[in-house]
Design a protein around this ligand. Structure first.
Ligand code: GLU
Length: 441
């Protein structure tokens, strides 16, 4: 860590993600001299390669806009590079390196053969028209297409990139490559190679993980109050599944504040989350304006101020601080599972773990998204389409298996489970073993 800090001093998010993993694996690493001999730690923290490029495009006023584009191909020990694209004004190399690094271990946990990657741009979708989104996606793909391929690197969505953006990018890819190559992107539309359940998969998978965790501790989700942050793809899937399982969503949030939902979230509200997302306004207040009396908006507050049993961060990294964790606990929260990548700050995780709040990290909880991307790749390679039921059954099995891996490597002497350690070790063992077997490259 000292060497890494010196080399990449500015990359705060990446250093945070690396420190968590290295802390977790230290003990097991020292029990494996073959890892030490192959310098696995020094190698695993450096990406295989990074592409950075200029993305120039023309906005609706006819002005030229210039953004930065990136693809971090982090590790391909167990399969082709795989991971989403994030479009957000705060995107920089540190953010994409942290996400790519997390993706290595998350993808290893899914049981599917996928390496780790991430990409994106500092393009800000907020306030952009549909035509601007299309022109940006096309310009982005003009550079990216040479770096990717169905057996090389398979991007998908992440914050700011959903089905619409994947469609525009795929259209441009196809035009440039002059090949259909369905498996080059995942999260495609259901009529042209997309997995029927991919939009729901991250949120559904998160709830399946929560179900497994609760069962392990003799509890269930029926009647439990769930606070969600965000109103994007992950929060939408999580809200849908919470309702189906008999839980009650009491809050959703946005950068502008929180919407309290005293009677829970209705199907109409869940559908409206999709409208809010595609409007590119990025305001959760829109929910309260649409459903007055049923959704109460408070500016500047987070979802963590609303009393709940279970907190599910579903928005952005570091969105839940130690103070938020204390407030949650004081208000009765006893379980926190990350739907977002690295949603909790290190102080919050420590607080949860030291105060009897069940905590599970994003790389286990939200892995259902990329797992279903992996299933989409399988369907594309076989030129097949599976029904929603088939994909859901596989997703159930995968989330159960991820939970089992966390328990296997995370069970402590006192019987409790450290899900952070469990997820990190389980993912690391698979990747490190493959790296040793493939020699020094
Ligand atoms: N962006 C998602 C993640 O963080 C999904 C990646 C994918 O489907 O490739 O895992």
């Amino acid at each position: 860590m000292a060497k890494l800090r010196e080399k990449h001093a500015e990359e705060k998010e990446f250093l945070q993600a690396a420190e968590e993993v290295l802390d977790s694996i230290e003990e097991i690493y020292n029990q494996h001299p073959e890892f030490e001999k192959a310098h696995i730690v020094e190698r695993i923290v450096e990406p295989d390669r990074i592409f950075t490029f200029r993305v120039a495009w023309v906005d609706d006023k006819g002005d030229v806009q210039v953004n930065l584009g990136y693809r971090v191909q982090f590790n391909s020990a167990i399969g082709p590079y795989k991971g989403g694209l994030r479009f957000h004004k705060a995107v920089n190399l540190s953010m994409l390196k942290f996400l790519g690094f997390e993706q290595i271990f998350k993808n290893a946990l899914t049981t599917l053969p996928m390496g780790g990657a991430k990409g994106g741009s500092d393009f800000d979708p907020v306030g952009k028209s549909d035509a601007e989104i299309m022109r940006f996606c096309q310009a982005f793909m003009l550079e990216l297409w040479k770096c990717i391929g169905p057996d090389t690197d398979v991007p998908a969505g992440d914050v700011g990139v959903g089905g619409r953006e994947i469609g525009y990018m795929y259209g441009m890819y196809k035009k440039l490559a002059r090949e259909y190559n369905t498996g080059v992107l995942t999260g495609k539309g259901a009529t042209w190679g997309g997995s029927i359940l991919r939009p729901e998969a991250t949120g559904f998978g998160a709830l399946y993980f929560v179900e497994n965790l609760l069962k392990e501790h003799g509890k269930d989700i029926k009647g439990k109050k769930v606070a969600l942050s965000g109103f994007g793809n992950v929060a939408w899937g999580a809200a849908t599944k919470t309702n189906q399982l008999g839980g009650k969503v009491v809050a959703i949030s946005g950068p502008d504040g929180v919407c309290e939902l005293p009677e829970g979230i209705t199907d109409e509200m869940i559908d409206y989350m999709l409208v809010m997302r595609s409007s590119n306004r990025n305001k959760v207040q829109d929910m309260a304006d649409k459903f007055p009396g049923k959704a109460k908006f408070t500016a500047g507050k987070k979802a963590w101020s609303v009393p709940c049993d279970i907190a599910l961060p579903c928005a952005f990294q570091n969105e839940l601080s130690e103070d938020d964790a204390k407030e949650l606990k004081a208000n009765g929260c006893w379980c926190c599972c990350e739907g977002s990548n690295m949603g909790c700050q290190p102080g919050a995780i420590k607080f949860f773990q030291n105060n009897g709040v069940y905590f599970a990290p994003g790389k286990a909880v939200n892995a259902g998204g990329v797992a279903t991307s992996g299933l989409e790749m399988t369907q594309n390679a076989a030129h097949l389409g599976w029904s929603g039921e088939e994909v859901d059954a596989k997703l159930h099995w995968i989330m159960k298996s991820i939970h089992e891996q966390c328990v296997k490597y995370g069970r402590k002497a006192d019987g409790t489970i450290d899900y952070v350690k469990g997820a990190n070790i389980a993912g690391f063992m698979k990747v490190a073993t493959a790296m040793v077997e493939q020699g020094i490259i």
